[in-house]
Design a protein around this ligand. Structure first.
Ligand SMILES: [Zn+2]
Length: 401
């Protein structure tokens, strides 16, 4: 087992509230610094730079953070392949969310800035749903890969967002699946708040993973190096208020995997009373304890299953070669027990998974491998994966994390 549980104080203050009461409860000594980079050969994949996890919980504000994270240690570039845009299920959600945001917040013809737009799929959906001028900023965006006519007027900036871009006057600031990659969360939100200045009508819309689910499901595969910051409904709302945003709406989506927050600029700290669902500190304390005490048994359970299959000459593949897959294999500390990682993103085929160096293969390759077991890295895609396997005529056991 590569991970460990512990209970010791961190020597660093909380990067959200500044409080001194952060305790480390989980860690890994050596994890790949990136899990979504495309590597061309197994040696580079196996020898990829590694970092450390010391996951701490702030008893004051509920924020969870990798206290060992070194800013700048994860690479975000055009080699970074994080998109889930090849999944029908994911794109259906993105489309529905874009339409809902445009309707609910009256974003027709308004200027939208998406910070961390990834490969741009969501911003294109916003344009299709009726938003006005759209600007996407991300170090990993590939404008040459985007051929959707609806994207013709979108402005793409291949860079990180920081104060250099505070001149981009937007009516709407969107940030999806990005905040969890930022170590100094309060500082980042403060810079966005500053850039908005005195424009009270600006709408701020964020989406990111919910750590409460990670704790209650002991979803250790959802804890990895690029994610240095982990939020619950309460800890997210608290840091928004603290940095000058009034929380307008707060909730969970996507089978409760993601948090959604809508906010508007306010004073520092923000006006308005906390919403009832923000009162989650006791739940988080219990969740951390549940994770800490249940981790080892769950890892052993999966490990045993895969080792036994291998001993009986059975073959297992994982479905999903991204961060969850890298973290799953790293925690189980296995190698040949998984023969390959399937991915529906054709840009990844023939490449190798960071750290474990498993080859990334197409679903079609399973017709030759004929695995006895397919482990889906996210249960939300079970339907989609099951359909693909049936179409390919691959008869196998399909399980999900
Ligand atoms: Zn805190």
């Amino acid at each position: 087992m590569a991970g460990f549980t512990t209970d010791r104080p961190s020597d660093k203050p909380c990067p959200c509230c500044g409080g001194p009461n952060v305790r480390v409860f989980f860690g890994e000594d050596s994890v790949p610094r990136n899990s979504c980079l495309l590597l061309d050969d197994p040696d580079t994949a196996a020898g990829f730079p590694r970092g450390r996890l010391d996951i701490g919980f702030c008893d004051d504000c509920g924020f969870i953070t990798n206290t060992a994270f070194e800013p700048g240690s994860a690479e975000y570039s055009q080699r970074y392949e994080e998109t889930q845009g090849f999944s029908g299920r994911f794109m259906e959600f993105a489309k529905e969310l874009a339409q809902r945001w445009v309707e609910d917040y009256q974003l027709h013809d308004r200027t939208v800035l998406e910070i961390g737009c990834g490969k741009g799929e969501f911003l294109i959906e916003m344009a299709k749903a009726g938003a006005g001028h759209c600007i996407g900023i991300d170090p990993g965006v590939h404008p040459e890969r985007i051929d959707d006519p609806e994207a013709a007027d979108i402005e793409w900036i291949i860079d990180f967002y920081d104060e250099r871009y505070s001149h981009l006057d937007a009516d709407v600031v969107i940030c999806r699946h990005t905040l969890e990659h930022i170590p100094n969360v309060a500082e980042f939100l403060t810079s966005i708040r500053k850039a908005i200045g005195d424009r009270p009508d600006t709408v701020i819309l964020f989406e990111l993973p919910d750590v409460y689910r990670v704790l209650t499901e002991i979803a250790f595969w959802d804890i990895y190096h690029e994610h240095c910051s982990y939020f619950s409904l309460g800890s997210l709302a608290r840091v928004f208020r603290q940095t000058g945003f009034e929380v307008v709406e707060l909730g969970r989506e996507y089978d409760d995997q993601y948090l959604l927050i809508a906010a508007k600029p306010s004073t520092v700290p923000a006006a308005g009373e906390p919403l009832p669902e923000e009162d989650d500190l006791d739940d988080l304390r219990r969740g951390v304890e549940h994770f800490r005490t249940g981790y080892e048994a769950l890892v052993e359970d999966w490990r045993k299953r895969l080792v036994e299959l291998r001993e009986h000459d059975g073959k297992a593949v994982i479905w999903g070669s991204g961060s969850k897959g890298v973290s799953f294999i790293s925690n189980l500390d296995i190698s040949d027990e998984v023969v390959a990682a399937v991915d529906i993103n054709p840009h990844k085929w023939g490449k190798f998974m960071v750290g474990s160096n498993h080859e990334i293969i197409s679903p079609e390759s399973l017709t030759e491998i004929r695995p006895e077991l397919v482990v889906a890295m996210n249960p939300i895609y079970l339907g989609e994966i099951g359909d693909d396997l049936r179409k390919l005529g691959v008869d196998t056991t399909l399980l999900a994390l």
